[in-house]
Design a protein around this ligand. Structure first.
Ligand SMILES: C[S@@+](CC[C@H](N)C(=O)[O-])C[C@H]1O[C@@H](n2cnc3c(N)ncnc32)[C@H](O)[C@@H]1O
Length: 298
């Protein structure tokens, strides 16, 4: 685990759990609705549990035999569950793992930049890598009745990769940096589908999948969308509108994940649900979030 995620998880508003109450109500509604739909309540796994500020943990511990909280930052999760009574905590398993094998990439990419590897070779390296946690994937195939992806998507890979490039890529020209950034975009666009596929594989065949993700950072040029969307009456119109806004303002990893997820669940009427809401991530950063759930598609 690196300082990069550690600082994100520790550098947070002390009242964040309170400020995320509304956000948590939305995520809890999803968990509640899926819990009502699924007959077998063996295990529920959360990918990106972190500080658990977006999770109503008792809702899971009181309904499932086992609650598996997965994150690269075990300390954040331990802290996140510390307020629970012992009886609830006993149902929780924490898995500390790097879900996209970022640590190998971090080490390799940093080393190559430190050695001033020429741009051409860097591009070749980036175009050839596959960021996967094969060990986790193999170990947990078909393991969970319900899987939950808790806004981890936009944190996977890209921001840290750009940060490493900015820290260590000083020897490259501006044009070379632009090219390498495009290579990083290429990798990002591989990471999300492979991550969604892994979560899909870890879900039992008749299980349910839930995800929420930040898809648009709200700012003065797009804030009107929150009112505009309310004026649309059909689900289809709303989806079309959100897709249009994503084209202009979308956070690529979030948008990609939302579209791919939709393809992996049974999208017949009544078999899935999609909702949108505002997430006050920090005082100066609010996101438009899309949440979806559905039965694993066949
Ligand atoms: C935006 S947070 C999600 C919010 C979180 N549920 C909470 O309430 O704090 C994303 C989480 O993903 C985790 N994460 C980021 N990259 C990861 C990776 N490669 N493997 C596992 N977890 C990762 C971070 O440590 C962080 O806790």
């Amino acid at each position: 685990m690196t300082a990069f995620y550690k600082s994100m998880n520790t550098d947070r508003d002390a009242n964040r759990r309170e400020k995320w109450k509304r956000h948590r109500e939305q995520t809890s509604d999803f968990i509640r609705e899926v819990t009502d739909l699924i007959s077998r309540k063996g295990s529920i796994a959360v990918f990106g549990a972190g500080n658990c500020d977006d999770l109503e943990l008792e809702l899971m511990t009181s309904n499932y035999d086992k609650v598996v909280l997965i994150d690269i930052d075990k300390e954040a999760v331990k802290q996140g569950i510390s307020y629970l009574p012992e009886v609830d905590r006993q149902k929780i398993e924490i898995i500390e793992t790097d879900l996209v094998n970022m640590s190998t990439f971090r080490e390799e990419f940093s080393k190559k930049l430190e050695e001033n590897l020429p741009k051409k070779k860097l591009s070749k390296y980036l175009r050839s890598i596959q960021l996967k946690n094969e060990e986790f994937h193999e170990a947990y195939k078909g393991a969970f009745d319900v899987t939950v992806i808790a806004a981890i998507q936009t944190q996977l890979f890209y921001n840290e990769a750009v940060f490493i490039l900015s820290e260590r890529g000083g020897y490259l020209t501006t044009d070379e940096i632009k090219d390498i950034t495009l290579d990083l975009v290429y990798v990002r666009d591989q990471v999300i589908p492979s991550f969604i596929s892994m979560v899909y594989d870890c879900t039992k065949d008749d299980g349910y999948m839930i995800q929420w993700t930040d898809i648009i950072e709200i700012n003065h040029s797009n804030v009107a969308m929150l009112d505009e969307i309310e004026k649309l009456y059909t689900g289809k119109d709303r989806i079309n509108y959100v897709n249009k806004m994503c084209n202009s303002y979308g956070i690529p990893a979030g948008v990609n994940s939302y579209k791919l997820f939709y393809k992996r669940i049974n999208s017949e009427y009544g078999k899935f649900l999609m909702r949108y809401w505002r997430w006050p991530f920090a005082d100066n950063k609010h996101y438009f979030v899309v949440g979806l759930y559905g039965q694993k598609g066949v």
